[in-house]
Design a protein around this ligand. Structure first.
Ligand code: GLU
Length: 308
């Protein structure tokens, strides 16, 4: 029988290309965190950006995860198929009087002096919050929609990064939930998807830590239970460069031809502080010794030559 208190984790990749080491690391920790405690994992393709994502990439992603030994218990529908579901939550915010149309242009928002969050989000000064209906009409084009945020401090007790605080009002400002072209943004979609799937634990890259307060705020408004967060450190090349999709030579298309899943996992686990040596190890073996306490908080430097 399934333990009802067992965690439900998720892995939510964007199928915009082959998996790279950063995705592998986030998926590995998400998997270890739930599997080490008898929990389950939900897979979801984040393909809101239909220009950059594809079904072929999603298929390769699934194969790559299985090759790594990272399995999942259920896959929920991709975000591109859920805009009607998101409509309902959007209407809910509208009915609560929490949304307003924003006509600011990209260049207004990106003005050089605008302070921004670590993920590049500009602190929105509330320019369109008090527009009159006449002023709104004068723009004569479809607006983006922003949700009003209260002046309140959000605290994330993060399993990976420790305590993180953000006041949405001063550190982020009212944020967009639906773009002018009608596409829902990541913050709304991810909150709805995790909430509806009953996710109790969100594990992903540290670059998304600054998004957590926005998602906690939406969870509260939608009445979802707040999950535990665990943001895993970024992977850097020996010269301090962030490993990213640009490093084609380190994507799984290449790595699968030149090395084994155990080699990759052994190196990542050791670099992250989980094991005493970089000996090859399977995800399954690693699960019995996984603990968040061991995981490095700081960015992890990788000697990428070690994989070959
Ligand atoms: N889709 C995002 C990515 O691939 C992850 C979002 C999340 O885990 O919340 O970077």
């Amino acid at each position: 029988m399934k333990n009802t208190t067992a965690p439900i984790g998720r892995f939510a990749p964007t199928p915009s290309g082959r998996m790279h080491l950063g995705n592998v690391f986030a998926a590995l920790i998400a998997w270890l965190s739930v599997r080490s405690r008898g929990g389950s994992l939900v897979l979801r393709m984040e393909d809101l950006d239909t220009q950059r994502t594809s079904g072929e990439n999603a298929a390769l992603l699934r194969q790559d995860l299985l090759w790594l030994g990272l399995d999942w218990d259920a896959e929920t529908p991709p975000q591109s198929q859920r805009s009607q579901v998101y409509d309902r939550y959007f209407e809910q915010l509208m009915d609560q009087g929490l949304l307003y149309p924003c006509y600011c242009t990209r260049s207004q928002l990106h003005s050089v002096n605008a302070p921004h969050l670590s993920d590049g989000t500009y602190v929105y000064p509330g320019t369109c919050r008090e527009l009159t209906s006449q002023q709104r009409k004068a723009f004569d084009r479809p607006p983006a929609w922003r949700v009003k945020v209260p002046n309140r401090l959000w605290t994330v007790e993060d399993l990976g990064q420790g305590t993180y605080r953000q006041n949405l009002s001063t550190d982020c400002g009212d944020f967009v939930v639906r773009r002018a072209d009608g596409v829902y943004v990541y913050q709304l979609a991810v909150t709805v998807d995790d909430g509806e799937a009953g996710v109790t634990e969100v594990v992903r890259g540290a670059d998304l830590l600054s998004s957590a307060p926005r998602q906690m705020y939406l969870q509260e408004l939608f009445g979802f239970r707040q999950p535990t967060y665990g943001h895993v450190p970024m992977l850097l090349a020996a010269d301090g460069r962030r490993l990213s999709k640009r490093d084609r030579d380190l994507d799984l298309g290449f790595l699968r031809q030149h090395t084994t899943p155990e080699t990759i996992i052994g190196i990542l686990a050791h670099a992250a502080g989980l094991t005493h040596s970089a000996q090859p190890i399977s995800a399954k073996e690693l699960a019995s010794q996984f603990s968040w306490e061991l995981l490095s908080r700081d960015a992890i430097y990788l000697d990428t030559q070690a994989f070959f």
